[in-house]
Ligand binder design. Structure first.
Ligand SMILES: [Zn+2]
Length: 165
């Protein structure tokens, strides 16, 4: 079973009225009016994240293109503004290769986020398509957030990784 079949089966289960998997996440999602409203705030940037949230590295060339390009077109049409940032679904090292980066560049994005932990390490322009993250967890205290944002957490982890090698 490939990921397309799996998604179809999950959608079917989620919409069957007698399914035990039926659960609505609508209350956790913003509707278009809310997204449009926050997109007008000067400190908020709306980025794109594909249509179906597939693992991009498992897609055929044409589907990869559709996923990356169509999501942007839909957002731009609904928000009536350019969408320049992209985020790779799942975003780990198994989910983003050069092919996915090249397609994000071709789609006209200016940058793209991964889920790799850390700070941008280089000054090369290509780093803009491998932007790492520092995750802030629901349970993080203000001190932990401050520690993460200081950059010391990244250095501490890097040092630990280097000692393990
Ligand atoms: Zn996602």
């Amino acid at each position: 079973m490939d990921q397309h079949d799996l998604m179809r089966q999950l959608r079917k289960l989620g919409t069957e009225s007698d399914s035990t998997l039926k659960y609505s996440y609508d209350h956790l999602m913003m509707d278009w009016d809310e997204v449009t409203a926050i997109s007008k705030h000067p400190l908020i940037t709306i980025g794109s994240h594909t249509e179906q949230h597939y693992v991009l590295t498992l897609l055929e060339e044409e589907q990869l293109k559709q996923e990356i390009h169509n999501a942007r077109k839909i957002l731009e049409s609904r928000l009536d503004k350019k969408v320049r940032c992209f985020s790779y679904p799942f975003g780990g090292s198994y989910h983003v290769n050069q092919r996915e980066i090249d397609e994000a560049v071709r789609a006209g994005y200016l940058c793209a986020c991964t889920t790799s932990y850390g700070h941008i390490r280089g000054t090369d322009k290509s780093e803009l398509f491998r932007i790492p993250r520092i995750g802030i967890d629901y349970f993080d205290t203000l001190e932990q957030i401050s520690w993460k944002l200081s950059g010391l957490d990244v250095l501490f982890r890097l040092n630990r990784e280097l000692r393990l090698e």
